[in-house]
Design a protein. Sequence first.
Length: 215
Amino acid sequence: MSVREPEEEQKTEEEIGGVDRDPQETSEWIEAFEQLRVYHGEERARFIVRQLHQNALHNAVELPELVQTPYVNSIPANEQPQFPGDLAIEKKIRAIIRWNAAVMVHRANKASDGIGGHIATYASAATLYEVGFNHFFRSRENGQPGDSIYFQGHASPGMYARAFLEGYLTEENLENFRRETGGKGLCSYPWATASATSPSPWARSRSRPARSSTT
């Protein structure tokens, strides 16, 4: 399709103080897009916007950089199975673990100013960890070695908080976060491996909600 160039140079909105120089044209574009969205759906609307964006880039039109790329799900929504767990209960447990992890680090720093600790790493990835613990990670049984999961050390407060919730760690352990030299504390970056030959508090039978991990 050929496009005729304007006979005289057009001023930009920036040049006229940010004022819409042609409100009617703008309204028509918005109305056309709304018609597209209503009658053909959001997926089609997104496709058209992406095509316009590509066309603008091709013609060297400066636009703010998009910080997201289109998400492509390999499984159509209508073919996805039901979530195998209880979303409400798992959300509540996840909130408790987040809280315990944050309070453990906070109390450690009140007891020993500047001792440090990381809160955001686990808090931002708690859902991923919990889905793994509850539905994917496997411990050793029936002659199988089980999984070895290597977590980022900065996420250790969340792992400790989960172990405490399940009864594998005591409140005294949590009170001594980053003060492990006395034998009852918890180190900053645990390295013990849960495997067939190296048990840990997180290596347990399939019947337990969280199974095998390495921190």
